[in-house]
Design a protein around this ligand. Sequence first.
Ligand SMILES: *[C@@H]1O[C@H](CO)[C@@H](O)[C@H](O)[C@H]1NC(C)=O
Ligand SMILES: *[C@@H]1O[C@H](CO)[C@@H](O)[C@H](O)[C@H]1NC(C)=O
Ligand SMILES: *[C@@H]1O[C@H](CO)[C@@H](O)[C@H](O)[C@H]1NC(C)=O
Length: 536
Amino acid sequence: MIANESHGFYDFFLFAALSFFALLLFIVVNVSQKVQQTPKLRSVAILVLGDVGRSPRMMYHAESFAKLGFDTYLIGYKGSKPILSLTSLSNIRLSYLSESPPLVTRIPFVLAAPIKIMYQIATILYALVYGIPRPPEFIVVQNPPSIPTLALVWLVGGITGSKVIIDWHNLGYSILALKLGKTHLLVNIAKRFEIMFGRSAYAHLFVTNAMRNHLEQEWGLIGHKAVLHDRPPSHFHKCPPLEVHELFIRLGRSISPSLANFLPGASLPYTTQLTEIQGLPPYSASPTSAFSSLSTPTLRKDRPALVVSSTSWTPDEDFGILLEALKLYESRAREANLTNCENSQSKHDSKERQVLPRIWMVITGKGPLKNRYMAEVELLQKNWQYVRCTSLWLEAEDYPLLLGSADLGVSLHSSSSALDLPMKIVDMFGCGLPVCALDFACLPELVKDGINGLVFKNASQLAEHLETLLTSFPSSSALDSLRTNLQRALQVPLSVERRVHNHQHQEGADWEWGSWSENWDRVVKPLVLRDSERFG
Ligand SMILES: *[C@@H]1O[C@H](CO)[C@@H](O)[C@H](O)[C@H]1NC(C)=O
Ligand SMILES: *[C@@H]1O[C@H](CO)[C@@H](O)[C@H](O)[C@H]1NC(C)=O
Ligand SMILES: *[C@@H]1O[C@H](CO)[C@@H](O)[C@H](O)[C@H]1NC(C)=O
């Protein structure tokens, strides 16, 4: 907490900032007569201070509002392509904020930063006030970033009567604290700002129960409060062998040649590293016609276990744990092979051959520590027989296909606030992929140990989990059971009756998934239809 004597300073600072915003808004309001109109029912502005195409959750909000019949205005920066429904639904209007002029990057930071923020404030206010014909019934804002959006939305909402909904993805100040340290002046200012403008809203949505409880207790939030867990895009799924086959035909060339004597041999387009088409006719005509008329591909028995991890290669995702675990797995697999050989030689008919498969570890993602760690991996795996670790850069549309083709996912994420959950595990679950996940405070809200994945605290535990799950791969009962639980949860729609039923009969099965729209309809819909229902 902040020492008492410094309160005065922060409050003065915030007061000054607030007066500035108020003045700015007054000018805007004065000029705009539109603002004097009452908010239009069943309309919403969704504000995200980032690349719209990379803000899946805000795009899904927009889609859900639009499907409910709301006039939906999505405001943010242009960048990656947004999901299809945003451009195809007629009641969604995308309005892009303009980036600050390039001139700003050439002047010193001390001058550039305030100019940039002013520019942001002006463009956001313009988009919120002028970009929308009548004030919307709701303004949904993502937090973080909190500065300046929370204050702007608070002001605009206060003046026009639009109801503000804050979607809490994380705490802005906790992310800043990672960079600057917890006690830094700016971190304290950011925290006061977040409390001041974020405390009171029509409704607060949270990504975890942990965040809801924390903010409810520490900040005393005012307004409706509801938890809406993240869900993967609806097209994410477990890939059937045909899709695995097609993916690896496509990836064929980008798979490093140094893997050639580790992976099973591939002869495209009939066999890939993971799949094969059986029953090739003795004389096949042109590859394409043969390909389409043949029986569908199947997964090869001699394939390695495909384990996937995606990382941002930052210090808070400790790749060292994974590396250490792979080292341990390598030596365990050698021991297991040796034991098997001895057993078979001494004709001690071993009850069960505890064979550990080879692991093909694929890492996706870009980041600062990538080169350092990959160099280390290269050196280590020269002597490895059971493990290969490669980094792969994938097209956005291939990423869910890789997850859907994999056997196991690994998450090394640890949270800055310990109040949010890694989206990559959500994506993996959406693709029917069980995970081994590094433990942190609120992980159990997502990963149910032993049901949809296994939780580890250190490298040796991760190595043990790999061994447990992969023994006698590709027919491993431990892995199959996790996968079955996931498939069941993905396929069965949410229902109140089932929840009661499961609660009574099946241990651990109170774990429910539900799609984004199921969850949204249950959590957000009642909040946003509440008043419009009453007033028609
Ligand atoms: C807008 O500004 C003008 C001149 O400064 C003033 O006369 C007018 O009353 C203002 N309108 C509102 C709505 O405050
Ligand atoms: C496993 O042991 C056998 C000896 O029985 C050996 O031929 C084989 O190369 C070993 N496999 C690996 C991958 O080391
Ligand atoms: C790893 O974690 C497990 C479970 O918490 C613990 O029993 C074990 O001692 C830890 N190992 C190391 C090397 O810290």
